[in-house]
Ligand binder design. Structure first.
Ligand code: PEP
Ligand code: MN
Length: 444
């Protein structure tokens, strides 16, 4: 820690990194990236940290969601707006049901790098490097596509910048005005079995807004726009390093590629490069935790990633699976309590519940996701801690990747619109249903 530097991770073992054929080409690209302007600012990051501190105290709730992996081709108006729309709609349901401010964080504008269970993939006797996300290589099973190409780092930065630019423009104008939630309607909304409950909530909220404005207790500027933050897995350490900067009049370094970077479950060993890198940045940071993590390990994470006991600085995003959470989560909560340092607990009910169908589709059952989430709420209640947020893989589109939900999507229905290249996401309706379920379980 004493000698921390944006590049100091390079002295430690780094898992899940791309192997580039030319280091020279990689270094040239990194030098270019390091010259480009940041994507987010330290003010935004510090503002998010304050909000996350409130969530840790139970005074706000974090809604983090988006794709498992964004594709470069997803950087278009419709896909980005649909993702914003579903997050806005879910946040309205949560604000209404929990009576708390909701912090909206997308897995967006940079969620381009993926950890994989194997370095290579073999099909019909041909072995090629695994697809590691559009930041690294392409999904097509050809040597050209699968060879890591550093130019993709610049393209990823560009896609992230375009996506953020669009999000900022939308949030600054009528689109994100709380007075006009009709702007967030999605095309297929009118056919949804959940439409009625959603409409009722929107109507009640509109009345409350008018009431507050009549009383003069709400500032107009707060209501005319909503705030949006970004996050991604900080997996590709060369990329993260090149966007890690010092900021005038502030101490320390900020990762200015995103507001809230997180460390994946596979790269969370305390002796490894990812923890080294994350231990030196000022951003709030998340760590995915789950089966196999010991009390000592999680306590070391707390010491390394939140040595100054800052509120809102460290998030533990737990993902155990429906059958493991009851046994696995309580010891981790108790271990963290013994450190006496503040953390924000978040439930990711997706990543412990992935399975494959006989036809080879990677899927998740809505009921398992919901059950893990409900168990998480109860476990935190009985441990006297606070579940301050949720983390979902979802999309604003009408995909068929997870089984179940109000419309009873079954295994045979998966093939209709199965689009993900990596993990299965909740579709628009399943995501809304999940938000409603949270309010039923945690609400007033
Ligand atoms: C992910 O969030 O897509 C992911 C790979 O999660 P985890 O690190 O929890 O497995
Ligand atoms: Mn995933």
């Amino acid at each position: 820690m004493n000698h921390w530097h944006p590049e100091s991770w390079q002295d430690k073992p780094a898992k899940q990194q791309a192997h580039y054929p030319s280091l020279e080409a990689l270094n040239e690209t990194l030098a270019q990236l390091a010259q480009l302007p940041p994507l987010v600012t330290s003010w935004e990051i510090e503002a998010l940290k304050e909000k996350l501190a409130a969530a840790a105290r139970g005074e706000a709730f974090l809604l983090q969601g988006g794709d498992c992996a964004e594709n470069f081709s997803d950087c278009n108006s419709q896909i980005v707006t649909n993702k914003l729309k579903i997050l806005l709609q879910m946040s309205l349901l949560l604000i209404h049901g929990l009576s708390k401010p909701v912090i909206r964080v997308g897995r967006i504008a940079g969620q381009f790098a993926k950890p994989r269970s194997a370095d290579t993939e073999t099909i019909n006797g041909v072995t090629l490097p695994s697809y590691r996300g559009d930041l690294v290589n392409g999904p097509e099973f050809t040597p050209e596509a699968r060879t890591p190409d550093p130019v993709r780092l610049l393209r990823g930065y560009g896609r992230a910048a375009m996506t953020l630019n669009f999000i900022r423009a939308l949030s600054d104008c009528g689109f994100a005005d709380l007075h006009h939630p009709e702007n967030w309607d999605l095309d297929f909304m009118s056919h949804s079995p959940l439409a009625k409950e959603y409409r009722q909530v929107v109507e009640e909220l509109s009345h409350s807004l008018k009431f507050m404005e009549t009383l003069g207790s709400a500032r107009n500027s707060d209501l005319n726009r909503v705030q949006f933050f970004t996050s991604h897995e900080g997996l590709h350490l060369h990329y993260e390093q090149s966007l890690t900067r010092q900021v005038p009049n502030r101490s320390g370094y900020y990762n200015l590629s995103t507001h809230l970077p997180w460390i994946g479950f596979r790269t969370a060993a305390t002796t490894d490069a990812h923890i080294e890198y994350f231990s030196g940045i000022q951003n709030p940071v998340g760590v995915k935790v789950g089966p196999g993590m010991s009390s000592q390990w999680i306590q070391e994470l707390v010491e390394r990633l939140n040595p100054h006991s800052e509120e809102g600085k460290l998030l533990f995003i737990h993902r155990f699976g429906v059958n493991n959470i009851a046994e696995g989560l309580p010891p981790l909560i108790q271990a963290v309590k013994r450190t006496g340092r503040p953390v924000l607990w978040v439930s990711d009910p997706m990543h412990g519940n992935t399975e494959s169908t006989q036809n080879g589709y990677k899927t998740r059952h809505f009921d398992n996701i919901l059950s893990e989430l409900e168990q998480a709420i109860e476990i935190h209640r009985s441990e006297g801690t606070i579940l301050g947020g949720v983390h979902f893989e979802l999309t604003g589109d009408d995909v068929t990747e997870c089984i179940g939900g109000a419309r009873g999507l079954d295994e045979a229905g998966l093939k209709r619109a199965y689009k993900t290249q990596v993990d299965p996401r909740l579709n628009y309706e399943q995501a809304l249903e999940m938000a409603l379920a949270i309010t039923h379980k945690m609400g007033r």
